[in-house]
Design a protein around this ligand. Structure first.
Ligand code: NAD
Length: 307
């Protein structure tokens, strides 16, 4: 990857949910580095109620007053075609899509209503899908595209009161991994981030002195690098970011038990090898199921499993 002054002149960056928090920080940064920016924001509440053009307008105003180029888009991200159309109509192209828009509807699993589940899935999962799908033909045609999907520690680890949000955020990891695989030959690189930052989303759950250390601006440099043209191979990554900390996450596979797959594969036979199932002393870090056939062949060479 290249040096400090990364620039994006002539490129168009679409940032969803850019009316505040992390999205605003991305929008302001990319505009300050020469990009044309589409500032999308529905302008509703943190729980997904209502709509207003104020939030997006305010950010566009700030950017243009500072000499940058930006246009507002007020569509719901579930109307991805309209979001991307604003980029094409205003700037003639799209190079970068940052799927960032989000809401929370926290409630314990016991009390979760269909609406809490559905709305979270709609904004995070369907919204990211619709925006990416609308951008994809442009990316393929120009053989260039960079996508960031916004996951969360809640998705990677689970989080009390957030089963809807956790499910949506991990869905975006699977989504990212597949887009990374399908996009590679068209130079479309897709990464997922799990940020932690001060915003209206976290304003009530952390004390002010901690929030001060978690400025959204501390997430920006990671995204800036990942979507820059100097990134030619970092794709399918999951990055945990916040307060100056940046770390890549990955899957880890234990040694695993291998049993002959015949009548002798009984619960008792497996119990004999249970320690191997979760033996992480020599872990592997798979990025696919590539060696599955090898394991199948090896398993068939084993003698019948002892009970
Ligand atoms: P935020 O509430 O400040 O920003 C989210 C923005 O998305 C808002 O401006 C909101 O108006 C907009 N939005 C919501 N629904 C929309 C829709 N349907 N269409 C268009 N815009 C919509 O919160 P934030 O903390 O900046 O969150 C940004 C992203 O980061 C979210 O996806 C969030 O889940 C994720 N995230 C944040 C944290 C954190 O610590 N702040 C942690 C993990 C993940």
């Amino acid at each position: 990857m290249a040096g400090e002054q990364l620039r994006y002149d002539g490129q168009t960056v679409v940032v969803t949910g850019a009316g505040g928090g992390l999205g605003k920080a991305y929008a302001v940064f990319f505009a300050s580095r020469g990009a044309n920016v589409v500032v999308n924001d529905l302008g509703g509440s943190g729980k997904g109620e209502g709509a207003s053009s104020n939030m997006a307008d305010q950010v566009v105003k700030e950017i243009t007053q500072a000499g940058g180029k930006a246009v507002a888009n007020y569509d719901d991200v579930t109307n991805g075609e309209a979001v991307i159309k604003t980029a094409i109509d205003s700037f003639g192209r799209i190079d970068v899509l940052i799927n960032n828009a989000g809401i929370l509807r926290d409630v314990s699993f016991k009390n979760m209503k269909d609406q809490d589940w559905d709305l979270i899935m709609k904004v995070h999962v369907i919204g990211s899908f619709k925006c990416a799908r609308a951008a994809w033909p442009h990316f393929r045609k120009q053989k260039y595209g960079r996508v960031i999907n916004t996951s969360s520690a809640a998705g990677l680890f689970g989080s009390f009161g957030q089963c809807n949000y956790s499910a949506a955020k991990l869905a975006l990891v699977g989504f990212t991994e597949t887009l990374a695989k399908e996009g590679l030959k068209y130079n479309i690189l897709c990464n997922a981030i799990a940020p932690i930052a001060a915003s209206r989303m976290t304003a009530t759950v952390m004390p002010p002195e901690v929030l001060e250390l978690l400025k959204p601006e501390f997430v920006v440099p990671v995204v800036a690098n990942l979507v820059h043209s100097s990134n030619e191979d970092e794709t399918g990554g999951i990055f945990e970011i916040g307060g100056g900390h940046v770390a890549k996450m990955r899957w880890e596979r234990a040694k695993g038990a291998l049993l002959r797959a015949d009548d002798s594969f009984t619960p008792g036979a497996l119990l004999n090898k249970w320690d191997d199932v979760s033996d992480f002393s020599k872990p592997e870090h798979p990025t696919g199921v590539a060696n599955f056939m090898e394991l199948l062949e090896e398993a068939q060479k084993l003698p019948p499993n002892p009970e």
